[in-house]
Design a protein around this ligand. Sequence first.
Ligand code: ASP
Length: 292
Amino acid sequence: MILAHGGAGSRAMTSPQAACLRAALQVGYHLLDRGTSALIAVEQTIRVLERSGLFNAGKGAYRQLDKIRRMDASVMEGDGLRAGAVASMEGIVHPITAARHVMEATEHVLLVGPMATKFARHFKIERYRQPVSSSRLSYDAMLRKFQRSNETGDRHGTVGAVAVDQAGSVAAGASTGGIDRMLPGRVGDTPIIGCGVYADNETGAVSMTGWGESIIRLAVAKEICERLRSGKTPASAVREVFRRLVARVQGSAGALVLTPKGRFVIAHVTANMAAGWWNGKGEPTVKDKFGY
Ligand code: ASP
């Protein structure tokens, strides 16, 4: 079983995004069907979304206020609780693959900034050129613009996936270009283990999307997993955590949650969440509104 998302927010999903999510779910599920690990299925599913340029990740990542795209990603597997993440990475098509390399080739969990980019280049992960903007603001002007603006910022398109493999192991991943309006260097929940993603074979796998600052303050992914541990269903675990997210920090988010037994929920407190799932039967289900 595999679940994937393309972000939660006010906008409806476009048909190219829906087609891309379906294709990504097919790639992931076929790998699981051949006995591949949930970790690789999650990575490959996310790579399809990063490469498409249709989402706020990889080639389609948003720009920070200095017009530079800086991306964050993370992966985690539920057997050994291994995790890897990158933040503020520039010009790399597949930050999710860099995150997997951090997990597999180092003893670290998180690499950031130019050194994360250098790490990705070392592993020969495909690059893209960032167009140089002619209208650079001074830092002072940028900060003033940021402080003055009261935009709520509700564009979305972060991508993520969770999967369970034939051995009953779960994995989670996510990849993003951040939010609408960000100071250079801003990092959200996506690369922070326990906030944007979590995976534990004793509980389940979670991949989050939404307003990262609110998700971090409640460590949402881990909170959901701890409720699964105490015997809650995925739907009631998410319901409880989302209720707190909204009440305590006026948060906004969407989640994919999957247990090692294949129980799952796709849930959001936003108007829409572009997401879907597939268990190999019929066609993948992809839509942008989920009740739970
Ligand atoms: N959670 C991401 C962030 O705050 C954005 C999103 O999911 O759309 O960076």
